[in-house]
Ligand binder design. Structure first.
Ligand SMILES: Cc1cc2nc3c(=O)[nH]c(=O)nc-3n(C[C@H](O)[C@H](O)[C@H](O)COP(=O)(O)OP(=O)(O)OC[C@H]3O[C@@H](n4cnc5c(N)ncnc54)[C@H](O)[C@@H]3O)c2cc1C
Length: 540
């Protein structure tokens, strides 16, 4: 059987992750299922901000065959174990963590029940996870030598995504992916409505059986040619741009490298602080309806401190939403061309990687793509809605009222109906794994997905807990003081202290003895240079 000809259009991290993943998973060991080419424009830059990932990146690297240490060296990577949310509930410096590792006691998990009955003097996640304190201590999730903590710590990475795309270019082209550096100017259609070929500025006609649109927000195949609609989610997520800035360590070094991402709420959004080996990447994600570009830049500079005066800032505009269908005929959109639900919780690269994984599982053997496209579209749509609900929840549980933005975000019309149904249900019982068994919550709206032309399908999107299970929901809910007033009423004011699980206490006793400081790990294993500690203060 002839290999399928696959042409990926776009060479950002979505395009190259897809190329490398498909090539590793479908080809090799004497087998060639796909003949993969990638065309990228020399004229259109990648989006490239300093980016944070989530643990599925480890699966992607393992399948592609990339060594973790080499990867971290190439992308200026650092470890990420959690997101630390600052000032989201009130504007008073309080914070909570959403860590990757959490211990679930068996045979029954009554941790949330117990914590809700306690006086909450220890944050919920600290009673079930060692990672918030390990993060505050600035420890790496891995030891320097061989060996492990008794309870291993799940981690992801902070990285320079553009360097990641460069690394994957080198990796993939050395393993048989054909690379064209050329700008696509036109798209030719076949008589049956499929895409036949793309035409480039330098006069090439690139034909394929399957086209993958990884052209970012330009979406030149899926939107501009095939006219597939964008489902807008800006009613629930108001932020539409980010002011980004890099703070090189030569200019300002804190004296340590945080093993987590920080997301600090500001007047009309939030700022990410992503530590790399040579700099921190900052980005003020905000709503242009509430803040001008200049005001946002000023706010970011005064938040970070005087040392930003000489640093350049860049504005990155984005839209929140997703394609009605990401796979139509012989064209699959992956990455920003398929959708984006804002950077909180770092799901951009995850969604690109998921697109590649699900495409690989649904890779067409013959010519009939419609049933595969249908299944692909349902899976991806479920995940976009899950992410939308989860991120929407961070905003609508806020109680800040100090600016117009925070007052607006808490209005009932800013909470989507699926999330509202979940929150109403979790007012009467804490989230648990069984909630996602049936995936339907009382009061959830019945709004079917487009069927993909298959009869009998009138199902709405569902939350399969494919990315965040009940443990993550609990981290955010209880980090944001969900049910605090109700618990006072139900259980009275005089309540016992929360209990930390024995396993967590044991891990915390062992961790400082066997885990190095994150910075020490980066220096010893990756060769991160020494930087003098800056005396100037920073807000981040
Ligand atoms: C503000 C912001 C912050 C983010 N933060 C994070 C984060 O912390 N974590 C995370 O996981 N994700 C994050 N993301 C998402 C992440 O940046 C993207 O998911 C990721 O970079 C993938 O982008 P992409 O490859 O789809 O698009 P792009 O990087 O935009 O790449 C598009 C590619 O298409 C090519 N192209 C365009 N037009 C043509 C043409 N006519 N012909 C040929 N080629 C063409 C371009 O040259 C480029 O190679 C963030 C996104 C934004 C906007």
């Amino acid at each position: 059987m002839q290999p399928k000809r696959v042409l990926i259009v776009g060479g950002g991290s979505a395009g190259w992750m897809t190329a490398a993943y498909l090539n590793a998973a479908l080809n090799g060991a004497g087998r060639k299922v796909a003949d993969i080419g990638l065309v990228e424009s020399p004229d259109v830059p990648r989006i490239g901000v300093g980016e944070a990932t989530i643990p599925n990146i480890n699966h992607i690297l393992a399948v592609i065959g990339i060594d973790e240490v080499e990867f971290m060296k190439r992308v200026n990577g650092t470890f990420k174990q959690s997101i630390r949310y600052v000032n989201w509930l009130h504007n008073n410096g309080d914070y909570y963590h959403h860590p990757f590792s959490r211990f679930r006691p068996g045979p029954i998990d009554s941790t949330a029940h117990n914590w809700l009955r306690s006086d909450r003097s220890i944050p919920f996640t600290e009673t079930v996870s060692a990672q918030p304190i390990i993060c505050e201590l600035g420890l790496a999730p891995k030891m320097l030598g061989p060996g492990e903590l008794q309870t291993p710590l799940t981690y992801a990475f902070h990285m320079n995504a553009s360097k990641f795309a460069d690394y994957l270019t080198e990796w993939s082209t050395a393993r048989g992916v054909t690379h064209y550096v050329d700008h696509v100017i036109d798209i030719q259609m076949a008589e049956n409505g499929d895409i036949k070929a793309v035409q480039t500025k330098n006069g090439q006609d690139l034909e394929a059986d399957l086209f993958i649109d990884c052209t970012g927000f330009a979406a030149i195949l899926i939107e501009k040619k095939l006219g597939v609609k964008w489902v807008d989610c800006s009613q629930w997520l108001l932020c539409d741009r980010a002011i980004t800035m890099h703070v090189p360590y030569e200019q300002h070094y804190l004296g340590f490298v945080r093993p987590y991402t920080t997301a600090t709420a500001l007047s009309a959004g939030w700022v990410w602080d992503i530590p790399l080996q040579d700099k921190r990447s900052l980005g003020y994600v905000h709503s242009s309806a509430f803040l001008s570009d200049d005001e946002a830049e000023q706010e970011l500079r005064s938040f970070e401190g005087e040392h930003t005066e000489s640093l350049d800032a860049r504005i990155v505009k984005f839209k929140v939403g997703h394609r009605e269908k990401a796979w139509v005929r012989n064209c699959v959109a992956i990455g920003l061309a398929a959708g984006f639900i804002e950077p909180l919780e770092s799901t951009g690269l995850y969604l690109s990687a998921l697109g590649a994984v699900i495409l690989c599982e649904h890779f067409p053997l013959g010519d009939d793509m419609a049933p595969l496209a249908y299944r692909f579209n349902r899976t991806m749509a479920n995940r976009y809605y899950e992410i939308l609900d989860f991120i929407n929840m961070h905003y609508c549980l806020a109680r800040r009222t100090d600016t117009e933005f925070w007052r607006e975000i808490q209005k009932p019309k800013r909470i989507n109906d699926r999330l509202k149904a979940k929150l109403d249900f979790w007012k009467i019982k804490p989230p648990s794994a069984a909630d996602f068994e049936d995936q339907w919550f009382p009061g959830q709206p019945d709004t079917p997905l487009p069927s993909g032309d298959f009869p009998g399908d009138h199902r709405s999107p569902i939350d399969t807990a494919g990315l965040w299970n009940h443990e993550s929901y609990e981290a955010i809910l209880y980090g944001m003081d969900f049910l605090a007033a109700e618990c006072d009423e139900w259980f009275g004011k005089n309540r016992p202290k929360p209990r930390m699980l024995k396993k967590i206490l044991e891990t915390l006793v062992a961790a400082p003895r066997i885990l190095p400081l994150h910075e020490v790990w980066l220096k010893r294993v990756l060769g991160m240079p020494d930087y003098p500690k800056s005396r100037r203060k920073t807000g981040a």
